[in-house]
Design a protein around this ligand. Sequence first.
Ligand code: SF4
Length: 261
Amino acid sequence: MMVSRKVTLGTKEWADSNVNCYLGCSHDCRYCYAKKMAIRFKRKTEKTWRIMVPNYKNIRKGYRKRTGRIMFPTSHDITLKSLDHCRLVLRKLLQAKNNVLITSKPNLNCITLLCKEFESFKAQIQFRFTITSCNDEVLKFWEPGAPTFNERLQSLTLAHVAGFKTSVSIEPFLDKDPFELIEILYPYVTESIWIGKMNYISSIGNNKNEQKYSEYIKEINSTNNLKAITLKSKKYIKVKINIKDSINNELLHYKLKKSGF
Ligand code: SF4
């Protein structure tokens, strides 16, 4: 029996192309794939990743209408420090009539400003906010430079009330049962919620505390828990829940292994 499945991991599940205008990200997430790649190709080090350096080539250039949706940004975030350059790039993308998926672990001041400034481009914009847990202690460990849960929730509420299309990424989910978080978020989501698992841990040390968090992720990424989440997502009727390929592929792999392939 041949089983084939298109593997579409990460940003390819969401958009046709992406745009970034900084190298490095002050959120400094311990699971960041962009950080892992930047260190591998010697563009950054473990210590310098959190220093955001403007990519002036991408900031100054013009943007045309592209085929399909553009995701912005994908390898840094929109922070108070990067905001002005991000606004400039966003304006060029939107004026060229592109549809843009704005992804962020949102800073409330940044989102307030973007909602005001791009009010007239509302139809071309969808916000996708990454909210991986409602527990600030957990967020602080995995995403040390990123906003608190409350700030992300307020940003989501604000964009929703302002009439923008809103969606949420719970990737990677950081609590065993992500539906407790979904229950809080779903009233402010107009489009979809995505759940994915942690694939990479790019910076974790050997001390007991760090190992405790890392062991917990292994536990919640167990096949049984992934199956339970997938099953529950199908029965969930309050808002559309999408399971990301990081989970689907893991379950498919398990199924094939079990049946001897
Ligand atoms: S917010 Fe995104 S780009 Fe920034 S460190 Fe975290 S995972 Fe990486």
